[in-house]
Design a protein around this ligand. Sequence first.
Ligand code: AMP
Length: 259
Amino acid sequence: MDTNRQGWFSGGEADCGPEAPLPSRPARLVLLGPPGVGKGTQAKLLCQSLRACHLSTGDLLRSAKCDGASSPAMKQALAAMQRGELISDELVIDMVRERTQCLSCLGGFLLDGFPRTVRQAKALEEILFELDVELDAALSFELPLEQIVSRLGGRRTCARCQAVYHMSSHPPLAADVCDLCQGPLVQRDDDRPESIRVRMQVYERETEPLVDYYRQHGKLRRVSAAGDPQEILRRTLKQLGERRRTAARSARTSYLQSP
Ligand code: AMP
């Protein structure tokens, strides 16, 4: 959706700016996948295609860092983030709870980077239940490890607007300068080799169990993240189309079977 994500970045009643036309049926998705699999790029493409809002907890934390995080809890969280570790479940769940208006928004949402642990997934389930909102699917993007490491090493992020580039597959027009806002491009602290290693281990330990969690809940959709972004997008939309058709079929069946 064409919003400035103010509601997500500021929380509370913040206004998201110009009203975008709402989709006829909001998409509500969780994106899963190891760091470097291309989730962020897919999130942006999916948002344009489904007109849903991109809700990334990583972006939220990085913007808190740029604003000069004030509370001791946030400073501790940012230090953990820099080491490639996860921040505490309590803090991240509180952050999402402060933004429930984004989860009930009629534009729909794509949650990127949350949940990351089974505890966070359970908290999300509770929040959505309270809001009477149903999750459509959890998309799990999958790619072999060696391709992931190469993608992460070349990634550069705009310190101002968070746009993402890759030194070989999507370089900026001028070296180290963002095409969109002319902000400086930086390598994220957690994209350095020592942090990448930690993040992969953390992903395997904490987040991979979520694939099983969503499979057991009948929400999982696996997508191969190989190939160029448009190809992956087409694959993803196909998966979602199938899921929506199945959901519509089972809703029709239970309606016809009801007394
Ligand atoms: P991302 O941009 O999603 O890769 O997130 C960057 C970093 O932010 C992660 O390596 C964590 O340190 C922190 N982070 C983001 N989301 C979460 C979360 N849901 N739970 C814990 N830590 C998170």
